[in-house]
Ligand binder design. Structure first.
Ligand code: UD1
Ligand code: MG
Length: 453
């Protein structure tokens, strides 16, 4: 298979008006990744390295976005929306390069299974000219019906062109098609527009190929492969299916999810075996978790690296650049951003750590804040190995606390503290015997005088 060259053509010229959005439909995300990028990933997973993206006129946002999720993809503009065959032909220059396999996919159908693509490619390798990936449904309305004669696929009929009898067919076109490269252009160029919509239908190549005696087959895949997104309700439905699959995968790979339906992954979340994830945890993009970590309830984690046996949350927020080394602890109501928390260090309660390094075994007391921003620039705080930061301290960056340094509670630290030093950054306490009582009496009589008057 891998020796066969393959081009994936992804149609993404859709208008997407039903999304009611300023963002092109296919750039709406599932698991934090644009839906069209999911399609690109599926194509790549099926061994299709070259991607042609067919976009609409003036789709500058699409071009820009594509540079990120598919830097190698070539974009082709379909100036007018004249149908799916017309859209595929926008990529004529790419098709002409001469590929063994051509895959056609829709950019708004993000749950495509790479295995369905690979199965279709296998059929091409056996000499089939056109492979249609179909699915069965009790509610086929809106889909093209797969018309078979004597067990052979002979045509695809769009709903609007179906006879009443044909409308009863429940075997439908999912929209995925694989075409042998050597036949592709010849077949596409024969597609006309004599149908209810007056469009050039890609699906017509089935009838054209079958009439010429070429081998045409339908394979069957699950409905998800055909789930096209047209509005935000369908977007949420696809997200739900994606998350359910990912949770299952995580659990089967050794991750405990106490309440799986409440844990949300991103497209790129990596999570090692024996990690326990409590309920209501959100993983944004860029999270890597090694083995044996505990992620307690209600934590929000993105762009973070979490090493083995770390303890996070409950109610922790790890932002991009949070880098927790082995056995580090970040507890409740703590936020960590762009900071290394070295082995065994503890940031347990109500703390903000940003632009910092916390040395191994250091203990950060409740309410500690790294004051990293002066309204214009960000500054770094370095906390040495074994340091102890007393509760409710403010560390005004740039500043460093030496190894085994000790900061008294309630300090505002503006100057660096050397190794083993003790630093106070607060007013000394004064205790005045009897003064409390005297004060109360004075206040009470003042209040009584006011009432009388
Ligand atoms: C299409 C199939 C139908 C199948 C269904 C599965 C055709 C003719 N019909 O119907 O058999 O059951 O998908 O969902 O292919 N597009 C362009 N340019 C165009 C027209 C369409 O880029 O000129 C893109 C759309 O953005 C979309 C895809 O092609 O991503 C499919 O087009 P759409 O109009 O949604 O086709 P359906 O009627 O859903
Ligand atoms: Mg559609």
């Amino acid at each position: 298979m891998s020796q066969r060259s393959c081009l994936s053509i992804i149609l993404a010229a859709g208008e997407g008006t039903r999304m009611k959005s300023a963002v092109p439909k296919v750039l709406h995300t599932i698991a934090g990744l644009p839906m069209v990028a999911h399609v690109v990933k599926a194509a790549e997973a099926a061994g299709s390295g070259d991607v042609a993206l067919v976009i609409g006129h003036g789709a500058d946002d699409m071009r820009k976005a594509a540079l990120k999720f598919a830097p190698k993809a070539e974009a082709f503009v379909q100036e007018k929306r004249l149908g799916t065959a017309h859209a595929v032909l926008a990529a004529r220059a790419a098709i002409s390069k001469g590929y063994d396999d051509i895959l056609v996919m829709f950019g708004d159908t993000p749950l495509i299974d790479p295995e369905a693509l690979a199965a279709a490619r296998l059929k091409l390798a056996e000499g089939t000219a056109v492979v249609v990936v179909g699915f069965r449904t009790e509610n086929p309305s809106g889909y093209g019906r797969l018309i078979e004669k004597a067990g052979k696929l002979v045509a695809i009929r769009e709903e609007k062109d179906c006879s009443d009898e044909e409308k009863k067919i429940t075997f439908c076109n999912g929209g995925l098609m694989a075409v042998a490269g050597r036949h592709a252009l010849k077949l596409l160029d024969q597609v006309g527009s004599k149908n209810a919509k007056g469009e050039h239908y890609l699906t017509d190549i089935v009838e054209i190929a079958a009439a010429q005696g070429l081998d045409v087959v339908a394979t069957e895949a699950s409905f998800e492969n055909a789930l096209g997104i047209n509005n935000r309700a369908e977007l949420a439905q696809a997200e739900g299916i994606w998350q359910a699959r990912r949770r299952q995968e995580a659990m089967l790979s050794g991750v405990t999810l106490v309440a799986p339906e409440t844990v949300f992954f991103s497209h790129d979340t990596e999570i090692g075996a024996d990690t326990i994830v409590e309920p209501n945890v959100w993983f944004g993009p860029g999270v890597k978790i090694a083995t044996g970590a505990k992620i307690h309830a209600f934590s929000h984690i993105e762009g973070a690296t979490i090493a083995s046996n770390c303890d996070v949350g409950p109610f922790a927020r790890l932002r991009p650049g949070a880098d927790l080394r082995n056995k580090a602890k970040v507890g409740n109501f703590c936020e960590v951003k762009q900071a290394i928390v070295e082995e065994g260090a503890k940031v347990n309660h109500l703390t903000y750590i940003g632009d910092a390094r916390i040395g191994a075994g250091a203990n950060i007391g409740a309410g500690t804040i790294t004051c990293n921003y002066d309204g214009y620039s960000k500054f770094f705080t370095d906390i040495g190995e074994g340091a102890f930061i007393g509760s409710n301290s403010s560390l005004v960056a740039p500043v460093s606390i030496g190894k085994d340094g000790y900061i008294a509670s309630g300090s505002v630290i503006t100057e660096s503290v050397p190794d083993d030093a003790l630093a106070f950054g607060r007013a000394r306490q004064r205790t005045l015997p009897g003064k409390g009582k005297e004060l109360r009496e004075r206040f009470a009589s003042a209040a009584a005088a006011r009432k009388k008057g």
